[in-house]
Design a protein around this ligand. Structure first.
Ligand code: HEM
Length: 145
């Protein structure tokens, strides 16, 4: 049993909301940059650049967003792990997150950089968006389930 009271993160009421702000900023950068590439793969928006150029230019920002999430998320989790790991929404979010990260750095990256037939590009973009929206919903519903 992990004593949430003993956790220094719970020493001040300002730490958790500060982490949550970093968490929200992080997913805006992470999911925002991935969504720009997805819209390009769907053939809407940013047509002056290819999906490969966008994926290359935005890649470092996507990684920065992911680092912010993998820093702030576990810290928030540590504020009350017994509550979170039993939370169904948190469990679904973590499962979707693992699939979303693997998908992003394998199939999605290959299709964005090397190109694919329009139907395949659109399918990959839709799967990507559904996965990340699922992670976000999972995060938001943690507090309501
Ligand atoms: C990398 C992708 C991630 C995304 C897109 C994401 C998204 C979100 C969102 C949208 C929220 C709700 C924020 C709010 O309502 O204010 C949230 C909350 C949260 N996330 Fe994440 N998250 C990610 C990664 C993680 C990781 C890796 C962990 C922990 C291991 C984590 C733990 C949490 C916790 C504990 C909360 C707070 C729930 C609460 O008490 O309100 N997240 N996340």
């Amino acid at each position: 049993m992990f004593l949430a009271e003993a956790n220094p993160l719970n020493a001040s009421e300002l730490i958790f909301p500060t982490l949550e702000c970093i968490h929200i900023a992080g997913f805006a950068i992470l999911v925002g940059t991935i969504a720009i590439v997805d819209f390009r793969l769907l053939g809407v928006g940013m047509r002056q650049q290819t999906s490969a150029e966008l994926a290359r230019d935005l890649g470092p920002w996507t990684l920065f967003g992911l680092v912010l999430m993998l820093f702030s998320g576990p810290l928030m989790f540590s504020s009350d792990p017994d509550m979170y790991y039993l939370n169904r929404s948190f469990q679904i979010k973590m499962a979707l997150l693992l699939v979303a990260i693997i998908f992003n750095y394998t199939i999605h990256r290959r299709v964005a950089l090397k190109g694919a037939s329009p139907p395949k590009s659109k399918l990959v973009a839709c799967v990507s968006m559904l996965l990340w929206v699922g992670v976000i919903f999972g995060g938001i519903f943690i507090a309501f389930i």
